[in-house]
Design a protein around this ligand. Sequence first.
Ligand code: ZN
Length: 365
Amino acid sequence: MNTHLLKEHTHKANTLKILLPTSTAGSLPKPSWLAQPETLWSPWKLQGEELTDGKHDALRIALQEQQQAGIDIVSDGEQTRQHFVTTLIEHLNGVDFEQRKTVKIRDRYEASVPTVIGPVSREKPVFVEAATFLRQQTKQPIKWALPGPMTMIDTLYDDHYKSREKLAWEFAKILNQEAKELEAAGVDIIQFDEPAFNVFFDEVNDWGIACLERAIEGLNCETAVHICYGYGIKANTDWKKTLGSQWRQYEQILPKLQQSAINIISLECHNSRVPIELLELVRGKKVMVGAIDVATDTIETPEEVANTLRKALEFVDADKLYPATNCGMAPLSREVARGKLAALSAGAAIVRQELLGKLIKQYKS
Ligand code: ZN
């Protein structure tokens, strides 16, 4: 790392101290010239050098849109990857993308996935070039998302290790290598996406959280885990309909996460049936509170966002509350995503004012 980057890093440590810093869960829609819009696993429309340039251009736009909306912790909007799990896996040895099997993902929907045929390893960094590029574009704190070990094994067919736990440990080691290089590239927060944590509770508590801790071993930057009810795709919205009037999945995993070495827990809280008091289970941790619903095209009003944040404040200390989106916004239209970013920012601003007002009152009395 050069001294220029080191200087930026000190600067960033301070910016993170702002009250209620906003961020997204990760993905933003891609421009239609780069990939088919409103589609997951959408194929690239460009090739070779044009694709490399196109990804960089899309990243610049995603960054600018976050900045214009006033988002405090920015990301690449996942513009350089096709999918939040498979893009990493594509770069690993031991996985055959030609040999595909249909498996049930998250115990919920069928998908055609690649097969693990031998020991898994990472030959070279996967996201470091894109993270370095993002770092060069902004002095704001940046967050980078990686898939978590359990979600990775759940998006594969394993014909080699024949043990979910063993394969997860191998992935944790690989993720740790990648995370260390992302940290060196100037990433401030490394987030692991673990939607699988919301499904396989016994495994989460037996070895899932331990694997995650292996993935963050030796890191000095902030670390986060994102656990949600998924993108707003039909398989997920159908699943949500079966979960009843109270979604208590978080109750199974938050107590152990509270004890873990992870710094930030990113949760779905807006328009969901998650009882907000479950946030009490991770008291002491920083919480990225989802205050934007990604499963609807309706853009929240700032007041609706503020309401969710106010409710969360009963269970999360103000200095540890990070307003965010419920999940990624990749499947939404760009216009809707822009509206939602602006709503998040405006809603957080309302509550920030209220908190500051309270502080001034306390100081005066
Ligand atoms: Zn999510």
